[in-house]
Write a protein that binds this ligand. Structure first.
Ligand code: CA
Length: 367
């Protein structure tokens, strides 16, 4: 009775609809097992250390969903950074077909095409909720597809970190002057903003951050948030942990697929791959919400990390520089302009709505 009721709400109809739906789904199952005897062995290369909490495990989760949903017709094997190719070579590896899938984040590929950074995150830009709304319901995904098509890749959102932390420092940040001369690992547009504030941004894969900070190759680093940062042990080598993550307010992790490998799949398997990405996208985002606060408590209470908020005047200067950097990126070429306009238009609309919904509600939650 409950199921019938649900289907009615879903617009499927009453008793007759229920029968039709069941029959249709059975015949689709048969199609998969009878028409597609072929199996596909796929390699997924990633920018993360194998099974790294949240990110690496998110890639494994995605592979597992595809394998299970396709009933073994697609077998995806996940490779950690450096196992098949180094972290920052996975884009090329998938584009040239040495692997079929990649798991990373689009701002790592700014050297290929700078406007790809819009599909990761922008400083002072959209949150996870807004990014997903733009991608799925605001035209963002179509633009991402257009941008990746030139490399022979099909993109999908496959995770989100939500708002990150500003990072780990060994000196206090009291004024913008304190960022001058600072050599900090910070990717994407946030890195460009740090540069304009007088710092030196460095882009390194996660697996190299601990030793780089420990050896003094870099003075500071951001990574993700408490759950991930605790796992890398940054509290052992840095004193101050700053928030909020102005530079990465809702970073989209991606799965990208070699276009020919994708085109070779029957339509139902293509749909399985895309649906699995959608499930993985939401799952990772929720895992961060579920785990970050416990990890933060461990960092502060057990490891005595000094948790600090960036001063308001530093934040407002960084916001100004961010606007400048993001707008400049939007004017680099016609496609970048199209992406920038779509992003900005959507962001303005979502901000207006979230101001009187999420923000208004969060402001009510006192004490
Ligand atoms: Ca980060």
């Amino acid at each position: 009775m409950e199921r019938r009721k649900f289907l009615q709400y879903a617009g499927v109809g009453a008793a007759s609809g229920l029968t039709g739906c069941k029959g249709e789904s059975e015949s689709k199952t048969q199609q998969v097992s009878t028409n597609t005897n072929k199996t596909w062995e796929w390699k997924m290369v990633t920018t993360w250390p194998k099974n790294f909490p949240g990110l690496g495990t998110g890639a494994e989760f995605l592979a597992k969903q595809i394998n299970a949903m396709s009933n073994g017709h697609i077998n995806v094997k996940v490779y950690g950074a450096g196992e098949l190719v180094p972290a920052f070579e996975i884009f090329d590896a998938v584009a040239n077909g040495s692997a079929q899938m990649g798991h990373g984040s689009a701002y790592y590929w700014k050297g290929k095409y700078s406007a790809l950074q819009f599909f990761s995150t922008t400083p002072f830009g959209m949150t996870a909720m807004e990014m997903n709304a733009w991608l799925y319901h605001g035209g963002g995904m179509e633009l991402w597809q257009e941008a990746y098509k030139q490399f022979g890749l099909v993109p999908a959102a496959a995770g989100n970190t939500n708002v990150q932390m500003a990072g780990w420092f060994n000196k206090e940040i009291n004024t913008l002057e304190d960022l001058k001369g600072l050599k900090m690992r910070i990717p994407g547009l946030g890195g460009e903003v740090l540069k304009r504030a007088g710092g030196t941004p460095v882009n390194l894969p996660g697996g190299e951050l601990f030793t780089s900070l420990q050896s003094g190759t870099i003075d500071a680093t951001e990574w993700v948030g408490p759950y991930n940062d605790l796992a890398f042990g940054f509290h052992k080598i840095a004193k101050y942990y700053y928030y909020p993550g102005w530079h990465e307010p809702g970073t989209t992790l991606e799965c990208f697929i070699n276009q020919s490998a994708y085109d070779e799949l029957p339509e139902n398997l293509q749909s399985i791959v895309m649906t699995a990405c959608r499930v993985a996208n939401q799952d990772m985002s929720l895992e961060y919400i579920a785990r970050n606060n416990d990890a933060l408590n461990t960092l502060v209470n057990e490891h005595k990390v000094d948790l600090r908020k960036l001063p308001d005047d530093v934040i407002s200067k960084l916001a100004e520089l961010s606007q400048e950097v993001t707008a400049e990126l939007g004017y680099t070429d016609p496609l970048a302009r199209k992406i920038f306009d779509s992003y900005t238009e959507f962001y303005n609309k979502s901000r207006a709505w979230l101001d009187i919904s999420e923000r208004a509600y969060l402001n009510l939650r006192t004490g």
